[in-house]
Design a protein around this ligand. Structure first.
Ligand code: B12
Ligand code: SF4
Ligand code: SF4
Length: 378
């Protein structure tokens, strides 16, 4: 009788990853990213907008050997966040707890289990959107999926509603085969459906037009011509995933309890949520969004977004919330509230704008109030 051989270390690592709840796991050799040149072009074209951090350590981002000196391999994982739930004002990824915390805890547990199995310290570091790593490129190299025309990493079994995390290790591991097939074919649904036409070409996204960027990352005034196109989207955008046949057919039910929608968001429509954010105090904000990825936009950013939503889908019932926001401490909130009141255009909305003229001292806000009044002929 032959003694069964122990599964290889690589298999045991991936089994541990699945045991920790990850949906995908693979191993990639570190090196210069296959899409390094595409990344350079993207930065050179200004498509990163104000996300200066992407440019700052671009040489490290392009070469995955550099973030952790001595590291040669990455264990790359994917963790699903559902996708079958109805769309709503908050993108699916942001409805529950912050994925950085959830994934980093699991990746650190994986690192500890590899060290305990090998009986020695393995230098390494876990990343989840937290360092200079081109995560989609690394994930494709580890066999997790292909880069879709919507720039998402897509897996043929689970679509694209999953986060990517990686554990860069000073450990030689046998790599998986990179994902070679592009399943997009002649489909262009994502490119056609983008509300702001943010794709300049297949695989190339101009962040400056992307609703996800504008509502999450961007501080300040959202260009007036893009505001109506944002519709009801208060935070983030899933449109280019919702229309994708792979993501709509193969997304799985939400299994990770930490990503279940928190009560402050669950079941609320865009107008209701927008009104709640507009009247939220800093202390309420800290309580209801504790541990939420939505804090990235800060309270002022959420109020600005809420004003846009009400300017798009609000009615005269929403005027009192917007009038309250006309005296917010942040000029960007006041100017977007002015824009929204002019869009609603009811007599009380226009009266509030006229009254603001004598109190407002910020030039940008005054300009918005005047433009709104003249557009509505008041
Ligand atoms: C900056 C950033 C953004 C920016 C820019 C997004 C973008 N597409 O570039 C904004 C704010 C718009 C954004 C939005 C979103 N993001 Co984001 N974001 C990032 C971040 C921090 C860096 C991405 C980056 O470097 N972009 C620069 C471009 C050039 O690189 P890339 O996105 O990797 O795209 C590759 C392809 O475009 C390819 N490529 C370029 N040209 C060509 C040409 C051909 C022919 C081919 C085949 C490939 C190809 O090469 C690129 C480099 O690998 C990553 C985390 C990380 N550290 O990687 C998360 C990340 C990409 N985001 C993520 C998520 C979930 C989102 C949103 C879904 C959130 C939401 N619902 O609102 C949206 C999706 C929008 C979209 N379609 O991309 C996930 C994606 C997971 C996945 N399955 O792909 C990541 C990986 C975070 C994570 N750890 O899970 N994001
Ligand atoms: S996230 Fe929304 S706005 Fe951004 S590219 Fe996709 S569909 Fe367009
Ligand atoms: S919608 Fe079509 S083109 Fe876009 S990522 Fe999905 S399969 Fe590819």
């Amino acid at each position: 009788m032959t003694t069964p051989r122990a599964p290889r270390l690589e298999h045991r690592i991936k089994a541990q990853a699945y045991g920790l709840g990850f949906d995908l796991a693979g191993i990639a050799p570190l090196g210069i990213a296959d899409s390094a040149a595409a990344f350079d072009d993207w930065i050179a074209n200004g498509y990163a907008g104000d996300m200066a951090y992407l440019e700052r350590r671009a040489e490290v981002r392009r070469d995955s050997r550099l973030p952790v000196p001595g590291a040669t391999s990455a264990v790359v994982v994917g963790l699903g966040y559902g996708g079958r739930e109805p769309s709503g004002p908050v993108a699916r990824y942001a409805r529950g707890d912050d994925y950085h915390d959830v994934m980093l805890d699991k990746l650190r547990a994986l690192h500890a289990s590899i060290e305990s199995e090998l009986g020695r310290r393995i230098p390494g570091k876990a990343y989840v959107d937290t360092g200079p790593v081109l995560e989609r490129d690394l994930a494709r190299r580890a066999g997790l999926g292909w880069l879709g025309k919507n720039t998402m990493l897509l897996n043929p079994r689970i679509g694209s509603y999953f986060f990517i995390g990686s554990l860069l290790l000073d450990l030689d591991l046998a790599p998986d085969a990179p994902f070679a097939t592009d399943h997009c074919g002649r489909c262009t649904r994502c490119l056609d459906a983008c509300p702001t036409q943010a794709f300049t070409a297949p695989h190339v996204l101009d962040s400056r037009r992307c609703i996800s960027y504008l509502t999450i990352e961007y501080r300040g005034e959202i260009p007036v011509e893009l505001r109506p196109l944002i519709g009801e989207l208060l935070y983030g955008c899933d449109v280019c995933q919702e229309v994708c046949p792979f993501s709509s057919k193969f997304s799985r039910p939400l299994l990770e309890p930490a990503f279940a929608p928190r009560p402050a968001i669950a079941g609320k429509d865009a107008r209701m949520l927008a009104r709640e954010f507009l009247s939220m105090s800093p202390s309420e904000y800290s309580t209801v969004l504790q541990g939420s990825p939505m804090k990235r936009a800060k309270l002022g950013g959420l109020k600005r977004n809420a004003a846009i939503v009400l300017g798009n889908v609000g009615t005269s019932e929403d005027v009192p919330s917007l009038v309250g926001a006309l005296s917010d401490s942040e000029p960007a909130v006041r100017s977007h509230a002015a824009w929204a009141l002019a869009r609603i255009g009811s007599p009380d909305a226009l009266a509030a704008l006229r009254a603001r003229l004598s109190h407002e001292c910020d030039d940008r806000v005054l300009q918005e109030v005047r433009a709104g009044l003249s557009r509505s002929g008041a």
